[in-house]
Unconditional design. Structure first.
Length: 92
């Protein structure tokens, strides 16, 4: 990939990361509310004393999986769009 293409892709990559993080956060909140008894609004944080360690680890695992899948899908879509626009794949 040319140096100009690398520079041109930086804003695309940054924007896709931000959008992916926001979407993943919203999706996790929705999944957490549906998956928990009583539809708790917020997932437990690492330092929360109201939850067991198992609940905290389960929440973290679900959140990590959702974030990873969403980020990967958006990054891949952004790379494909960049390739269509420029003819160069940004990862090479």
């Amino acid at each position: 990939m040319s140096k100009a293409a690398k520079i041109a892709y930086r804003p695309v990559g940054l924007l896709s990361s931000v959008v992916g993080g926001v979407l993943a956060g919203q999706l996790f909140k929705l999944v957490w509310r549906k998956a928990t008894p009583g539809h708790q609004q917020d997932a437990p944080q690492a330092l929360a004393t109201d939850y067991s360690i198992k609940q905290i680890f389960v929440a973290a695992a679900i959140q990590g999986a959702i974030f990873s899948v969403i980020k990967t899908a958006i990054d891949r879509g952004g790379a494909r769009a960049f390739q269509r626009w420029t003819g160069e794949w940004p990862g090479d």
